[in-house]
Design a protein around this ligand. Structure first.
Ligand code: FES
Length: 76
């Protein structure tokens, strides 16, 4: 799904960027502007920011959940 029409950024692009940023830094600044910079893009109209913020939150939660499973911290 295209999220940002100005930069042709997809939801998969955002998920990939969030995953990369989380892997490289434990507490990255995950605002749309920083995520777009990670993708080599620059915000223009910013109409996509509300949806981008929602997707960034979802990707962050998914990354944390997958990390916990990989680390065995959810094992009972
Ligand atoms: S739609 Fe994303 S910057 Fe314009």
């Amino acid at each position: 799904m295209i999220v940002c029409h100005c930069n042709r950024i997809t939801s998969a692009d955002i998920d990939d960027a969030v995953t990369c940023m989380k892997k490289n830094c434990s507490n990255p600044d995950l605002c749309p502007k920083k995520v777009y910079e990670e993708l080599g893009a620059c915000p223009k109209c910013c109409n996509c920011f509300p949806l981008a913020e929602k997707l960034i939150k979802e990707s962050t939660l998914r990354f944390i959940s997958q990390s916990e499973i990989a680390n065995g911290s959810l094992a009972g």
